[in-house]
Design a protein around this ligand. Structure first.
Ligand code: FAD
Length: 421
């Protein structure tokens, strides 16, 4: 079982797959729940420990189509939730860039979408869940009951115990259509101007950025749920059939792609929600494109008003490294519900980098220094290498969080950032 970045981690000692919510936790140390393994690095890895594969718990429990409330087992995929709720006029209140993640994984990383400025994180829409602890307790947690444990578990990286089911509030929609608008920008100043306006007018806003351009440029994409017909995308998906020995993503291929992508005709009008929210889900196993050594994602948030974003983009452009899909969006001021939730007000940048050993490490160290100096943080869901000091400085509630960690739970990420510091 790999993480999404295809990085080389030692295997778990054992994998168990519960199929009933009534099942007890294995009575062993070093437990970790795993959702669908869509985290890029080691938050979903438990080398030499016991991995609890949650995909066996994938049933719906209750759906109130009048009120828009859904209760489901934690291993249900967001894709299956959408298939159930969209025909009834409901949507996920917050969705990440893939629908192939589980409900439990969405809560444990307190994921965000393109509408953070309006709706905050996924955890804000969680009404409650059941948490199994290694001492045998089954606790009902919600913003009102066991509220501190709720706050520790939302964004808690699977370390506070195992969620067996969860209940979420949904968002009403007219149908599967999104009205989207796209605009080019040719500087960071222009991005922030267009983005400010887009966030006033639209629920969803995100930008693609050309990470090699010395003067940042990109395309801002805004969208809103709307009424009207749209054709359902074909069920046929492309697949990357094999992993090439080396990544074909390099300065030359990236430069050519970015030039063509920036100048492509802009889209405007109604589209199905799938290509709008989940463009990468249309290419199965796209993560193989980065070659056998795998890849890292560097995702950081930088506080509002700092010059750090410009500096980070300068360092990346000079390095000639980066990804076809580089994403820039701003997080709004809605407080995240989890003690370790990643989003905070500021600019959020995410890029993939092929694993090139020491060259990659040197680049990340330079980026880390900028993030730390600006008071920013990295996203554990995408991380496989952040130094312990950066984790500690980025997450000031870490000490409070540690009190809620279940003593039998751990992950390769947790051991890396805590025990070896
Ligand atoms: C193409 C792509 C796009 C993405 N876009 C975004 C985005 O826009 N925004 C964003 O925030 N993230 C994004 N992500 C990251 C992804 O949403 C998160 O990593 C998510 O948590 C993965 O969920 P999963 O079910 O695969 O869980 P895993 O990756 O398997 O596990 C994630 C964490 O959840 C814990 N966990 C899982 N199930 C349970 C449970 N039942 N009880 C307790 N803990 C549990 C695990 O222990 C682990 O710590 C993206 C990932 C991909 C591949």
């Amino acid at each position: 079982m790999h993480c999404w970045g295809n990085l080389d981690f030692a295997a778990p000692r054992k994998i168990v797959r519960p199929v009933s919510r009534a099942a007890a936790l294995p009575s062993e140390p070093l437990l970790l729940a795993r959702g669908n393994g869509r985290s890029y690095g080691d938050v979903c890895v438990n080398s030499d420990g016991t991995l609890i594969d949650m995909r066996g718990l994938d049933r719906f429990i209750a759906f109130d189509a009048q009120q828009g409330v859904l209760r489901a087992e934690a291993g249900v995929l967001l894709a299956d939730i959408l298939a159930l709720i969209v025909p009834h006029g409901w949507f996920l209140p917050v969705t990440p860039g893939t629908r192939f993640i589980t409900l439990g994984g969405a809560i444990a990383n307190d994921v965000h979408g393109k509408n953070h400025h309006r709706e905050g994180t996924f955890g804000r829409h969680v009404r409650g869940f059941e948490l199994l602890r290694s001492d045998g307790q089954r606790l009902q947690c919600s913003p009102d009951d066991n509220a501190e444990l709720f706050a520790a578990t939302v964004g808690g990286l699977g370390l506070t115990g195992l969620m067996s089911w969860a209940e979420i509030s949904l968002r009403p929609i007219h149908g599967p259509a999104i009205y989207q608008r796209q605009q080019r920008f040719r500087s960071l100043h222009e991005f922030f101007e267009l983005n400010r306006q887009a966030e006033i007018e639209s629920e969803h806003a995100v930008a693609w950025i050309d990470c090699l351009s010395a003067n940042p440029r990109g395309i801002l994409i805004a969208g809103d749920h709307c009424a009207g017909e749209v054709s359902v995308p074909s069920k046929k998906t492309l697949r990357v059939p094999l992993t090439p020995p080396f990544s074909p993503v390099n300065r030359a291929t990236l430069g050519a792609f970015n030039q063509a992508y920036f100048h492509r005709p802009l889209a405007q009008g109604r589209v199905h929600y799938a290509p709008f929210f989940y463009p990468l889900d249309g290419i199965l196993d796209w993560n193989r494109l980065y070659g056998r050594a795998g890849f890292f994602q560097y995702q950081c948030v930088l506080p509002e008003g700092s010059d750090a974003l410009a500096e980070i983009l300068r360092v990346i452009a000079r390095s000639g490294e980066g990804s076809l899909l580089a994403v820039l969006k701003t997080f709004g001021t809605i407080t995240s519900p989890g003690l370790l939730s990643f989003p905070m007000p500021g600019a959020n940048l995410a890029l993939d980098f092929p694993h090139r050993g020491a060259t990659s490490s040197r680049l990340f160290e330079r980026l880390d220094a900028v993030v730390a100096a600006a008071g920013g943080r990295l996203y554990p869901a995408k991380d496989a290498r952040m130094p312990p000091a950066l984790f500690r400085s980025g997450y000031p509630a870490l000490e409070r969080f540690c009190k809620f960690v279940d003593p039998a739970f751990s992950s390769s990420f947790w051991r890396r950032v805590m025990e070896q510091s």
